[in-house]
Design a binder for this molecule. Sequence first.
Ligand code: C2E
Ligand code: MG
Ligand code: MG
Ligand code: MG
Length: 279
Amino acid sequence: KAKSQGKNRAVFYSERFDRVLSLQMAMETELRKAIERDEFVLHYQPQVDAASRKLVGVEALIRWQKQPGVMVSPAEFIPLAEETGLIVPIGEWVIRTACRQAKRWMDAGAPEFHMSVNLSPRQFSEANFVEVVSSVLDETGLPPDRLVLEITEGIAIQDVRETVEKLVALKRIGVLVSMDDFGTGYSSLAYLTLYQVDALKIAQTFISGVSADSDRASIVKAILAMASSLRLTVIAEGVETEEQYLFLKNHGCDWIQGYYFHKPLSAEEVSLLFAEAAA
Ligand code: C2E
Ligand code: MG
Ligand code: MG
Ligand code: MG
């Protein structure tokens, strides 16, 4: 009995696996075409200074406009793009588009701000990654210290020496580096100093619990204290309530990003915010 049940189960799983696989292949084809058809767009989520509430930067977040009115979120296609290597051309498009947009805002008179861009491990591991960044900066005219590259602890799983070399090269160009989703990976503390990051972003899971869960509040306080003694800029992400905002501000968090202040916005909407800030 157990044997036949096992067999049935195997058939069931393999059918499901086939279905998943063909869905994945269809999506890969679509993703490939999306690059040629220019179906990607960037939204930009504002980051504000905790004390003054002033706009200090934006994070570029990719969306896939698959059909009119259908926006696919990055969580649904970045993993596949990473697996297939398509993240390399997509990621380059993101860096170029974000830098070009940032330069436009600068030229339009926006007060000082920085542009944060997310990197995926696969993209970062490309041999020419540093050259890509440096040529995009040349081409767009964006000053390097306006660009912040958000890395994750996933990058650290790869060749550590190569990672350090690339980060040093990027810092020599003048680009800033931020550790995204801090606290969700492993060996966080060692990598902070090894990679000489300029900023860290406290993962949303800790922020969402600060008011309800005293353990998570303690973790956030500890991260803020540590970041302050390491002279790192700390950004809290996923801040949704006034209570979370006040807690973070009162414990020395530098910058805030989250729905409480702004959702990710279109480039046009951010232009309006900068125009208001400049006025
Ligand atoms: P992330 O870099 O940690 O970005 C923050 C995510 O949290 C964004 O989701 C943002 O919309 C969302 N968020 C911001 N504030 C709040 C809030 O107050 N509440 C809640 N519930 N969510 C908030 P999004 O845009 O769906 O992006 C998800 C992830 O996809 C990003 O996480 C990042 O890892 C990845 N991603 C986005 N754009 C790119 C890209 O251009 N390249 C790469 N490699 N990854 C990207
Ligand atoms: Mg990010
Ligand atoms: Mg994050
Ligand atoms: Mg500080």
